[in-house]
Every structure is written in C-alpha cells, then in structure tokens.
Design a protein around this ligand. Structure first.
Ligand SMILES: [Zn+2]
Length: 60
C-alpha cells in the first residue's frame, strides 16, 4: 500500500473522498475527486465552466 502525498491527503479531507480517489483535474490540474464513485476528471470549478459554456451553445 502506497502512502498518499501530503497534498493528496489534504485534498481528500477538503473533497471528502478517500486519498486514493484524488487526482489532478484534466483542465486546471488542481487536486480533485477524480476516481471512484462520484469521481470526475474535472474539478467542480471546471465542471461549472464547461457546463456554462455548454448551455450557451444550443445543440443542433
Ligand atoms: Zn479544474
């Protein structure tokens, strides 16, 4: 079992997920809940940005 890096442990407390589920956001490279249940390759900030941009462009 590998010991998570201090930054990863800290992020897991903030994000309320196991340290093993912490990864880098695909967009801004900040630590985010990336893996496992409820994980997302984007952090919540980037998710909002992407979501807002998506809603501006009407799907055709
Ligand atoms: Zn991000």
């Amino acid at each position: 079992m590998t010991t998570p890096a201090p930054a990863q442990r800290k992020a897991s407390v903030v994000l309320d997920c196991p340290p093993a589920h912490v990864g880098r956001c695909a967009r801004c490279h900040q630590p985010c809940h990336r893996y496992g249940f409820g994980g997302n390759p984007l952090c919540s900030t980037c998710r909002e940005t992407v979501e807002a941009a998506r809603q501006k462009k009407p799907l055709r």
